[in-house]
Design a protein around this ligand. Structure first.
Ligand SMILES: Nc1ncnc2c1ncn2[C@@H]1O[C@H](COP(=O)(O)OP(=O)(O)OP(=O)(O)O)[C@@H](O)[C@H]1O
Ligand SMILES: [Mg+2]
Length: 208
């Protein structure tokens, strides 16, 4: 984690699997070790992208077509990359991102028709960056959904689709991990936060 280019870590997984919790715990741990850490999230992570976040996560679930939604997510990611992620990596900071392009591959690529090819084409053209390490927090949607619901915010677009979608997303994330084995590590999220965090830390240590 030294040198000019920082490490880029993403957390992925279904709603309520513990991504935000684990991203925060890892950030705290690395900061405690003296690293500069930029903890960020998608959609959002820069002022412009946060504005787009409100457009895509609030309001009527059918507000946007799947294609329009994909364009909005990609626009948000591009801004996030330009304004937050790339400057941080350039100065050697570790970037921890709560969801990144894999979430788009799943939610926009799988959930509302098969847009995966469009997701990949846009990604290659407009983003072109993958994390060095992607932590997939895997867990049974039946156990994760009550957690997601307990979070209770105005941003409920995707978990409102319910358990069948979450089951499909779980399988999709596992398939994605198999597709990109070099950067993915799968961690069992159905344990105490501290136990999950220990495995996250071990995965990072094995990588660096
Ligand atoms: N290992 C755990 N055991 C029990 N509860 C947990 C665990 N990890 C997180 N939680 C709780 O479950 C809820 C959801 O966790 P968190 O927000 O980290 O999930 P998430 O994956 O970021 O969800 P979302 O996709 O909806 O943003 C929170 O209330 C959190 O405190
Ligand atoms: Mg979260």
């Amino acid at each position: 984690m030294t040198g000019g280019t920082g490490l880029f870590i993403s957390f992925e997984g279904i709603d309520g699997s513990g991504k935000s919790t684990q991203a925060r715990l890892l950030a705290e741990q690395l900061r405690g070790d003296g690293h500069e850490v930029v903890l960020t999230r998608e959609p959002g992570g820069s002022p412009g992208a946060e504005e787009i976040r409100a457009l895509v996560l609030q309001g009527d679930p059918d507000r946007w077509s799947a294609e329009t939604e994909l364009l909005l997510f990609t626009a948000a990611r591009r801004d996030h990359l330009e304004r937050t992620i790339q400057p941080a990596l350039a100065r050697g900071a570790t970037v921890i991102c709560d969801r990144f392009a894999d979430s788009t591959r799943m939610y926009q690529g799988l959930s509302r028709g098969d847009l995966r090819a469009a997701v990949d084409a846009l990604h290659e053209r407009m983003i072109g960056v993958e994390p060095d390490l992607t932590i997939l927090i895997d867990m049974d949607p039946a156990a994760a959904l009550p957690r997601a619901k307990a979070r209770a915010t105005a941003e409920e677009r995707f978990e409102d689709f319910g358990l069948p979608l979450q089951e499909k997303m779980r399988a999709g994330f596992l398939a994605l991990a198999a597709e990109f084995p070099d950067r993915f590590r799968i961690i069992d999220g159905n344990r105490a936060p501290e136990a999950v965090a220990r495995d996250v830390r071990a995965a990072l240590q094995a990588r660096t």
